[in-house]
Design a protein around this ligand. Structure first.
Ligand code: NAX
Length: 327
């Protein structure tokens, strides 16, 4: 048996975590031969609920669950961790402007960045889920000068999985036969779900759907899926978000399947003309615990416009929090 790895989860008593923690403990994320130590973090007022979840985890008697520790602060919770799943965030309340949400969360993610810098393992891999995820990842990274920006990622795998699921449903294909979907940009309604490189049973996906359906039905549906779920359920996506977190971390750590492309929010290195210094969703492949942007995909003029639109939103988010970023 391998040595246990330490995984911190913030927002550990929330809806996503309620689905996620059991998957992690069962080995679905890091492999069925990898024991885990879970360092679960909540705000002080939710510690009792967190204790309840810890009891449920214990009651599953998962062979891979080595230890659970509970924390009401990130400084203790991030001690010696190898992985950080930053899910807890300040929720958008009625009448709150996007700028207010950005500022409230900037404080949370600045503190978390500093705590990662000071207490986590030097090789820690970080996934930011709490919204606005891309810009929160940027803030955390800027507050962690000892860590490389490449250690910080944001979740756009839910958008990627949605793009695959909705295409599978429309064409009647099995999701396992759909490959090379790309979601570009922000985890928001400006994201660009791109099917121009995608295949269904190794044939180009764009030849199996109409351009009209792609542009006027499919893209808005993927972009607005989060809102559609809130309207139907009265709550935001939780189980599918947990699955996307598992998929993102699994592929980052254990590798993508041969030939496959997945979407990850990562710091732009200037690829495809996207400005450096923002966290943007790119097509990547992972191997040996590292991700690499898939280069050389051909993008048409219309696609480039979509990519620029979502880039602009991220640049605007960045300038809204710029005064809070350390220089
Ligand atoms: P919940 O409100 O159910 O749970 C959030 C939990 O985080 C709460 O228990 C709260 O006490 C805790 N929390 C808040 N601030 C904290 C802090 N500073 N430290 C530790 N814990 C803290 O929300 P849930 O449905 O679990 O969603 C969590 C976040 O994920 C939200 O910001 C949501 O917008 C975001 N999402 C992001 C997605 C993505 O694809 N990037 C998709 C799903 C989800 O909407």
């Amino acid at each position: 048996m391998r040595r246990p790895i330490r995984i911190a989860v913030t927002g550990a008593a929330g809806a996503i975590s309620n689905n996620l923690l059991f998957k992690i403990a069962s080995g679905e994320m890091m492999g069925t031969d990898q024991p885990v130590i879970m360092q679960l973090i909540e705000v002080p007022g939710r510690m009792e609920a967190l204790r309840g979840i810890a009891m449920e985890l214990e009651d599953c008697a998962f062979p891979l669950l080595h230890t659970i520790t509970l924390h009401d602060n990130v400084e203790e919770g991030f001690e010696n961790i190898h992985y950080a799943l930053l899910i807890g965030a300040y929720p958008r309340g009625p009448g709150m402007e996007r700028r207010d949400l950005l500022e409230m969360n900037a404080e949370i993610f600045a503190r978390q960045g500093k705590a990662l810098n000071d207490f986590a393992n030097r090789d820690v891999k970080i996934l930011v889920v709490g919204n606005p995820a891309n810009t929160n990842a940027l803030i955390a990274s800027r507050n962690a000068p000892k860590l490389s920006p490449s250690q910080f990622t944001a979740l756009t795998r839910l958008d990627h999985n949605r793009a695959k699921g909705i295409l599978a449903n429309h064409t009647g294909a099995n999701p396992k036969n759909i490959s090379r979907i790309v979601v570009w940009g922000n985890h928001s309604t400006t994201q660009y779900p791109d099917l121009h490189h995608a295949t269904i049973l190794d044939e180009p996906a764009m030849q199996q759907i109409s351009e009209e359906w792609y542009r006027s039905v499919y893209i808005p549906k993927v972009q607005q899926r989060g809102g559609e779920i809130i309207a139907a359920r009265g709550q935001s996506s939780a189980a599918s978000a947990a699955q996307a977190i598992v998929d993102h971390m699994h592929d980052w750590v254990l590798g993508t399947s041969p030939g496959e492309i997945v979407s990850m929010g990562i710091f732009s290195d200037g690829s495809y003309g996207i400005q450096k210094g923002i966290v943007y969703s790119f097509p990547v492949r992972c191997d040996y615990g590292r991700y690499q942007i898939v280069k050389g995909l051909e993008i048409n003029e219309w696609g480039l416009q979509q990519m620029r639109l979502t880039e602009q939103e991220l640049l605007d988010e960045k300038s809204a929090v710029n005064h809070l970023l350390p220089t």
